[in-house]
Design a protein around this ligand. Structure first.
Ligand SMILES: *Cc1c(COP(=O)(O)O)cnc(C)c1O
Length: 432
C-alpha cells in the first residue's frame, strides 16, 4: 500500500516511511491511497467473531501487502490486549467504553499499535529508534505505556515542570525500562520547540534515528477504526439506522470511524461533539473552517482550536464538503452542560467522564431531532482520570481502578533539563 500526502496526492511513500516519518515532508498528513472494502457477509459474520478475529480481518485488509500474516496477528494481539465493552445506558443508547487499557483512555489503542508496528519496521534496520514526545499530559502517558518494553525503541518524553497533573506525571515518570522522562524548566511550548529543533538538526539526525509517534501518525490513527467494527457487531440486530457520536478534539478518532464506514461498515451517521472549542461544529453548520486559539474547559483533552486531522477528514470525502456536512453533524457544549449531563445520568447507574459526557449530549440531541436511530457514544476516558471534575459534579468520592491507583505508588524518576537546545542536544548525543 502507498500512502499519499494530503498536501499533494503525487507525494507517495511506503508504509515504513509513512510510519517512521509521521508527517510528510510537505507537512501533509499521510492517507492510504486506496481504502479496501470488506465483503458484506464478512461484516455480518463479525457478530460471531471475537474482537481479535475482527482485528485480523480489518488490519489484514489494510496491511497485508506490507506485513506477513504472523506480523498482523502479533500487532492485533498486542493492541487488543484489553476489551472495549459496549454498555447499554438507556433505551437505544450505548456507551462504547474505550478506557480499559493501561492509561484508561482510548489513546492506548493507537499507542500500542504504533509501538509494535514501529518495532517491526526498525528490526530490519538494526538501529535503535528514538521516539521524542512533548506532552502536556495524556499523550505522554499513552505513548509511554504503549511503548513500554518494546524492543528496538526508546521513548524520551519532555514535559513542563509543575504543569502536568500528578496522576498524569506518575503515568510516564515511574515506568523505567525504555522510557525516559525529561522534566523541562519551562512550559509545554518550550518542550515542543526542543522536539521540533531536534528533528531539524542535521547532525543529530545523522547519528540517531528519531521519530515522533504523534497523534497524526497513520500507525496511531488507523487502528482506531477497529473498535467501530467491534461495537457495530455487538449491537442488537434490528432495522434501526446506526449513529456514532464521538467526543472530538483533534478529530483523529472520528476520522477512523469514517474510515471504517468507507471500508463497508454500515454506519448511517456521525455526530462530532465538542466542548466550546467548536471550530468543526461551526464548519459543519456551513461556516468556512477557521482555526482559533484554544479555550480551556473541563474536557481538556479536547481543548483544540486547530484540529490537526481536519485535512484528513476532507481527504476522506475527496474534498466534497457537501457530503462531509451530510455525513457528520456537529454539536458543542459548555462546561455547565457537561456537568449537568454527568449529574443527570448518574442515577441510572452510569458514571460519565467529561469527554464521554460531551459525546452523550451530542448523541441525545441528534436522536431527538432524528428519530429511528440506535446510537453509540464513545466513552474515551475512565471517569477516575478526571476525578476532580466528576467528584465535584456528583458530590461523592470515586473509587479509582486498581491500575490507576498503582501508578500513584510508583517512584518518580526524571532527568532535569533546561530549555536551551544545546543542553537537549548534548543529552541526545550522549545516547549514542
Ligand atoms: C484525545 C482525547 C479526545 C479527542 O480525540 P481526538 O481523536 O483528538 O478527536 C477525547 N477524549 C479523550 C479522553 C482524549 O484523551
Amino acid at each position: 500500500m502507498k500512502y499519499y500526502s494530503t498536501n499533494n496526492h503525487k507525494h507517495q511513500v511506503g508504509l515504513s516511511e509513512a510510519v517512521i516519518k509521521g508527517l510528510a515532508t510537505d507537512n501533509g498528513l499521510y492517507m492510504p491511497e486506496r481504502i479496501p472494502v470488506l465483503p458484506n457477509d464478512l461484516i455480518e459474520k463479525m457478530s460471531e467473531m471475537s474482537f481479535r478475529e475482527i482485528g485480523y480481518a480489518v488490519i489484514g485488509a489494510l496491511f497485508s501487502e506490507d506485513l506477513s500474516e504472523k506480523q498482523i496477528k502479533e500487532l492485533v494481539d498486542h493492541t487488543l490486549s484489553f476489551d472495549a465493552p459496549l454498555v447499554q445506558v438507556e433505551e437505544e443508547i450505548y456507551s462504547l467504553e474505550l478506557f480499559h487499557g493501561p492509561t484508561l483512555a482510548f489513546k492506548d489503542f493507537g499507542a500500542r499499535f504504533c509501538s509494535n508496528l514501529m518495532s517491526m519496521l526498525v528490526k530490519e534496520k538494526s538501529k535503535t529508534l528514538r521516539v521524542l514526545v512533548a506532552t502536556s499530559g495524556d499523550t505522554g502517558s499513552a505513548v509511554a505505556n504503549g511503548f513500554l518494553g518494546v524492543e528496538g525503541v526508546e521513548v524520551i518524553i519532555l514535559f513542563p515542570k509543575g504543569k502536568v497533573s500528578k496522576l498524569q506525571e506518575k503515568q510516564f515518570t515511574t515506568l523505567g525500562q525504555n522510557i525516559t522522562a525529561l522534566e523541562v524548566e519551562g512550559v509545554f511550548d518550550d518542550c515542543q520547540t526542543l522536539v521540533k529543533q531536534a528533528f531539524l538538526d542535521r547532525e543529530l539526525n545523522e547519528k540517531l534515528m528519531l521519530t515522533s509517534a504523534n497523534s497524526i501518525n497513520i500507525a496511531r490513527w488507523i487502528p482506531q477504526c477497529l473498535y467501530y467494527f467491534y461495537a457495530y457487531s455487538r449491537l442488537p440486530k434490528n432495522e434501526k439506522k446506526v449513529v456514532f457520536s464521538v467526543p472530538s478534539g483533534n478529530f483523529g478518532n472520528i476520522g477512523a470511524g469514517i474510515l471504517a464506514q468507507q471500508m463497508g461498515l454500515p454506519i448511517a451517521q456521525f455526530v462530532a461533539a465538542t466542548n466550546v472549542n467548536k471550530v468543526v461544529p461551526e464548519y459543519l453548520h456551513g461556516s468556512p473552517f477557521q482555526a482559533k486559539p484554544s479555550i480551556p474547559t473541563l474536557s481538556n483533552s479536547m481543548d483544540v482550536g486547530n484540529p490537526s486531522n481536519f485535512p484528513r477528514l476532507l481527504a476522506l470525502y475527496g474534498g466534497d464538503e457537501k457530503r462531509f456536512r451530510e455525513n457528520v453533524k456537529g454539536y458543542f457544549y459548555t462546561d455547565e452542560e457537561t456537568v449537568e449531563a454527568i449529574q443527570a445520568i448518574q442515577p441510572r447507574g452510569y458514571t460519565l467522564d467529561p469527554h464521554g459526557a460531551v459525546g452523550y449530549l451530542g448523541l441525545k440531541d441528534f436522536m431527538a431531532e432524528n428519530p429511528g436511530y440506535v446510537g453509540v457514544f464513545l466513552e474515551t476516558a475512565h471517569p477516575g482520570k478526571f476525578r476532580d471534575v466528576v467528584e465535584e459534579a456528583l458530590g461523592e468520592e470515586l473509587i479509582l481502578p486498581e491500575r490507576l491507583a498503582a501508578f500513584l505508588e510508583g517512584e518518580k524518576k526524571v532527568i532535569p533539563m533546561g530549555k536551551s537546545f544545546d543542553e537537549f542536544k548534548g543529552f541526545l548525543e550522549g545516547l549514542v
